[in-house]
Design a protein around this ligand. Structure first.
Ligand code: NAP
Length: 474
């Protein structure tokens, strides 16, 4: 298709091709699926020297970070290929027939999972490789046996084109249908809306803002036939620093936390945006150390001017707000913003819901609490987060159990050491938390289980032998 086509025509053509290719892709032997995923990883790796500078030009994330992210993307693609080779997309749960009437007797039942059909994928601005055209959402949908239409992010259009070209060449080389993986883009929200509305699309995956994600989630649910919408949205990732941890290693933790707040200029969905600390000498000392450590960081330029404008508006909202003290407002260095640190107390945080919103960038809000009760109340007010970090909850005490329960109630991942930035790609990972951090807290967008978002369970009753031999895949 050409860029002169209207957005609606582009999207319709891509969805139609994705629908045409879907049955053939779902029916191909798993070895072909794995071969494509490995081919994409190899092609991506071979093009690294051209792609990383292009990504840097468009995102300012720096060659080191982008090289690491490209490697991570290849690791994801190969990881899903290994999963496909191991038969993970076609799990089978089999119950033999038992003669007699129900409930003791039963027919033979076999539960399988089938690909849902074409998936709409919204690339993220802050992960130009790992959550973009060939990122984790695309890899997991392809591994699940689904075709994919990617909505490119306008923040890295030339990189997206280069990645789509790599994908097309790889698909052609393996003699697979063009409709298997395609890309659409445009400068109007109409492209994304048309994609989610298209009747050929059966599921959508998204990483981005709460506003954009919720708009598309509403659209997905307003369709005559609603579809699942897996959105990873904003998250403030509370860190609870208990006195036990601060007494042991306060200074090291302050440096580590400052590094995490400033990492990637704070443009991570897991960036720690809220520190909960006791209002005592050790807590106040830790906040002083954190202020100094954060002042010593040197964030780089942000992804684009609109994300920078969003950061400026976010910190402006906190400066001078009733009940909020500015601890650090480091000046911008050229195009790079300065890190910011704000402080309030539990009562202030609970009373002002504007303080619960993510400020995307190198900023954090310290909430001082008098006791466990206030800590629990602050966590509860957060409602939904990708992560909660608990430092100093190592002993089995009634208080720590209550803290863990409160953290589990609002987060998809609970950490007991380290910082929330850096998401390991592994089977035990859970990247997705209660609303508003995700639109579906029951799934993960990182790790092999991400594939399950794009498959639907089907029970086969008294199925013929040929179908069981094919693991339920007709
Ligand atoms: P975004 O504005 O949510 O955009 C992401 C994608 O959704 C883009 O392709 C965009 O399309 C589309 N979109 C946005 N609003 C839409 C709407 N109302 N209807 C249809 N499509 C829509 O995210 P962003 O551009 O990456 O960043 C903006 C803000 O999002 C940041 O400042 C930050 O606050 C937040 N963010 C958070 C995370 C996180 O992981 N928590 C990650 C990235 C961004 P078009 O722009 O092409 O129309």
């Amino acid at each position: 298709m050409t860029l002169s086509d209207s957005p609606a025509a582009q999207v319709r053509a891509a969805c139609s091709a994705a629908a045409d290719a879907a049955p053939a892709w779902a029916a191909l032997p798993l070895a072909r699926r794995a071969a494509l995923l490995r081919g994409l990883a190899d092609a991506l790796q071979s093009a690294r020297d051209a792609l990383v500078p292009l990504a840097d030009e468009e995102t300012h994330l720096g060659p080191a970070r982008l090289t690491g992210e490209l490697d991570r993307t290849c690791f994801q693609l190969r990881g899903f290929a290994d999963q496909v080779d191991a038969g993970a997309p076609q799990p089978v749960q089999h119950d033999a027939a038992i003669p007699g009437s129900p409930p003791a007797g039963r027919p033979q039942l076999t539960r399988v999972r089938v690909p849902v059909g074409p998936v709409a994928m919204f690339a993220a601005s802050n992960f130009p490789f790992a959550f973009s055209v060939l990122g984790g959402d695309t890899a997991s949908a392809l591994a699940a046996g689904c075709t994919v239409v990617v909505k490119a992010h306008p923040g890295h259009p030339r990189l997206s084109h280069a990645l789509a070209d790599i994908a097309s060449a790889c698909i052609a080389a393996q003699q697979l249908p063009v409709g298997l993986l395609q890309m659409v883009q445009g400068w109007s929200v109409e492209v994304g809306l048309a994609l989610v509305r298209d009747p050929a699309i059966h599921a959508a995956a998204f990483t981005g803002s709460v506003r954009g994600g919720v708009a598309l989630w509403r659209e997905a649910n307003a369709r005559p036939r609603p579809i699942p919408f897996y959105g990873e949205l904003g998250s403030i990732n509370p860190v609870v620093a208990l006195p036990e941890a601060l007494a042991r290693q306060g200074e090291a933790l302050a440096t580590q936390l400052a590094g995490s707040i400033a990492l990637g200029c704070g443009q991570f969905c897991t960036s720690p945006g809220l520190l909960i600390v006791r209002d005592d000498d050790s807590g106040q000392g830790f906040v002083r150390q954190l202020t100094q450590a954060l002042a010593d960081t040197t964030p780089h330029a942000m992804l684009n001017t609109s994300i920078r404008a969003g950061f400026n508006a976010g910190v402006a909202r906190l400066h001078g707000r009733a009940g909020v003290k500015t601890l650090l407002a480091a000046p911008a260095r050229g195009v790079a913003p300065g890190p910011h640190l704000f402080a309030t107390n539990a009562a202030g945080f609970l009373a002002d819901t504007a303080l619960h919103d993510e400020v995307f960038g190198p900023a954090c809000l310290v909430v001082s609490v008098r006791d466990l009760q206030e800590t629990l109340a602050v966590l509860q007010a957060v409602q939904g987060s990708l992560t909660v970090t608990l430092w100093g909850a190592d002993d089995d005490t009634a208080d720590n159990r209550r803290l863990v329960r409160a953290a589990q109630a609002i987060a998809g991942r609970v950490l007991f050491s380290g910082v929330p930035t850096g998401v390991a790609i592994t089977a035990a990972q859970q990247h997705g938390g209660p609303w508003p951090s995700s639109t579906n807290a029951f799934s993960t967008s990182v790790g092999p289980a991400a594939m399950e978002r794009f498959q639907r369970p089907v029970a086969l009753q008294d199925a013929p032998v040929w179908l069981l031999d094919a693991r339920g895949q007709a």
